[in-house]
Design a binder for this molecule. Structure first.
Ligand code: ASP
Length: 412
C-alpha cells in the first residue's frame, strides 16, 4: 500500500481513536512526539548537505556563472512572491479563525529583531555553534558559502563535494525511513488533537487545504503563466501542455527530485529547452526552488498565528517572507520535507511547534499541490533562461500545439 494511503488511514483512525478515547487520547501523545522528534532530527544535516549539493551542481565557467545568477534571481524572486501570495490568501480565508491550538497558553509572537540585526546575524560567527544549536538561517548561509568555495577550489575540493552528495543521499534515505513512521505518528497526533479539542477543531483544516490550493492556482496562473507570456513572450498554454506529464508525476509522487527525470524530458522534448540549460537549471531547482512550499509556509504560519490568537506585526510578516524563502530553499525535493522546514518558519516568528502536529495530518494533500507548483516553477525558469540565452528551439515549442492553444488562436 502506498505511503500516502497509509497516512490517510492513520489520520482517519486517529480521528476515530480521539473521538472514542477523548481526554484519554493524551496517552498517545508520546508516540506523536517521537515522530515529531524524528523529523526534527533530520533538519540540520538535511539542509546542510542538500544545499551544498545544490550549489556545487553549478559548474565553473563564465556562461554558467551568468546562468547561475539569472537562475538564482528568478528562483528567489518567484519564491518571495509565492510566500506573499500564501500569506495574502491565508489572511483572506482565515483558516485559523475559530481554532484553538492550545487554550491554556497565551502565545506571543517573539519581538522581531530589526532588519539590520537579522541581516547581520545571518552570517554565523561560529558555524559549528550554528549547526549544533540548529540556527537554520545561519546554517543555510554557511552551506551556500561552502558550496561557492568548493566550486572555486575546484579539483582539490572534489572529495568535499562527493562527501556532501553522499550525506545528502543518506539524508534522503533517512527522510524516507522517517516518513514510513508517519502513519503512526499522524495517528497518534490526530488522536491526541481530536481527543483534546474535539472534531470541530479539525474542520477549519479544510480551509487550510483550500488556502494552499487557491494560492497554488493563483501563483501558477499569474506568476508562471504571466512569466512565460510577458517575459518569455511565448504562449503559456503551450507551456502548461508541455509540462503536464511532469506535473502529474509531481502530484502523485510529491517529490521534486523523483520527478526530475520527467521534468527534464518535458522541458527538452516538449518545450525545446537545450540539454545544457535544462540539466543545469532543473537539478538545481529540484533542490532549492520551492515556490509551492513557500506558499504552504505562508499559509501555515498565518494559520498557526490565527489559531494561537497571535496578531502578526509588519516586522513579523517581513521576517516570515525572509524565513520562508530561505526555508523553502533549504527544503529537499522529497516527500514531506516542507513539513520539516515549517518548524523554521514558525520559530522565526516565535509561533509554537504544536502547529506542525496539526498540519501533519493533512500534509500529504498539501504536499501534492506544493510539489506540482515546485516542479512547474523549475520548468518555467529553464524555459525563460533558455529563451534569454538563445538556447530555446522555438520550432519545438511552437509544434507543441494544443487544442486549447489552437482554440485561443482561433478566438484571437
Ligand atoms: N515534497 C516537496 C517537493 O519535493 C517538498 C516539500 O515537502 O515541500 O518538492
Amino acid at each position: 500500500m502506498k505511503l500516502w494511503m497509509k497516512i490517510f488511514i492513520g489520520l482517519f483512525l486517529g480521528v476515530i481513536a480521539g473521538l472514542v478515547l477523548q481526554e484519554k487520547a493524551v496517552l498517545l501523545k508520546p508516540l506523536g512526539t517521537l515522530f515529531i522528534n524524528a523529523i526534527k532530527m533530520l533538519i540540520v544535516p538535511l539542509i546542510f548537505s542538500s544545499l551544498i549539493v545544490g550549489m556545487t551542481s553549478m559548474k565553473d565557467s563564465r556562461q554558467l556563472g551568468r546562468i547561475g545568477v539569472k537562475t538564482l534571481v528568478i528562483y528567489l524572486c518567484t519564491t518571495a512572491v509565492a510566500v506573499t501570495i500564501g500569506i495574502g490568501v491565508s489572511r483572506l480565508i482565515q483558516p485559523g479563525a475559530g481554532m484553538t491550538i492550545d487554550a491554556n497558553h497565551v502565545f506571543a509572537a517573539k519581538e522581531a529583531p530589526s532588519f539590520i540585526d537579522t541581516l547581520v546575524n545571518i552570517i554565523p560567527n561560529n558555524p559549528i555553534g550554528a549547526l549544533s544549536s540548529g540556527h537554520v538561517l545561519q546554517i543555510i548561509v554557511f552551506a551556500i558559502f561552502i558550496g561557492i568555495a568548493i566550486n572555486i577550489t575546484g579539483q582539490k575540493a572534489e572529495p568535499a563535494k562527493q562527501f556532501a552528495e553522499a550525506v545528502a543521499e543518506v539524508m534522503y534515505t533517512l527522510t524516507g525511513l522517517v516518513m514510513k513512521a508517519a502513519p503512526y505518528g499522524v495517528f497518534a497526533l490526530m488522536a491526541y488533537v481530536v481527543g483534546q479539542y474535539g472534531i470541530q477543531t479539525l474542520l477549519p483544516l479544510a480551509k487550510v487545504i483550500a488556502a494552499v490550493y487557491i494560492g497554488a492556482v493563483i501563483h501558477v496562473l499569474l506568476v508562471y503563466g504571466g512569466g512565460v507570456a510577458i517575459v518569455g513572450k511565448l504562449n503559456p498554454v503551450r507551456f502548461f501542455k508541455g509540462i503536464a506529464d511532469a506535473q502529474m508525476v509531481a502530484f502523485t509522487t510529491t517529490s521534486s527530485s523523483g520527478t526530475l527525470p520527467a521534468t527534464i524530458r518535458c522541458t527538452q522534448d516538449n518545450l525545446g529547452v537545450s540539454k545544457g540549460i535544462s540539466s543545469f537549471v532543473l537539478p538545481l531547482g529540484a533542490t532549492i526552488n520551492m515556490d509551492g512550499t513557500a506558499i504552504y509556509q505562508g499559509v501555515c504560519a498565518v494559520f498557526v498565528a490565527q489559531a494561537c490568537g497571535v496578531e502578526l506585526t509588519l516586522a513579523n510578516y517581513i521576517t516570515l517572507i525572509l524565513a520562508s524563502t530561505l526555508a523553502s530553499i533549504g527544503t529537499a525535493g522529497v516527500p514531506g520535507a516542507g513539513l520539516i522546514m515549517l518548524s523554521v518558519t514558525l520559530t522565526s516568528i516565535g509561533l509554537p511547534m504544536e502547529g506542525i502536529a496539526i498540519i501533519a495530518g493533512i500534509d500529504r494533500v498539501l504536499d501534492m499541490a506544493r510539489t506540482t507548483v515546485n516542479v512547474t516553477g523549475d520548468a518555467m525558469t529553464a524555459l525563460l533562461i533558455a529563451k534569454s540565452e538563445g538556447e530555446l528551439d522555438e520550432a519545438v515549442y511552437q509544434s507543441n500545439r494544443t487544442d486549447a492553444s489552437a482554440l485561443c488562436e482561433d478566438a484571437a
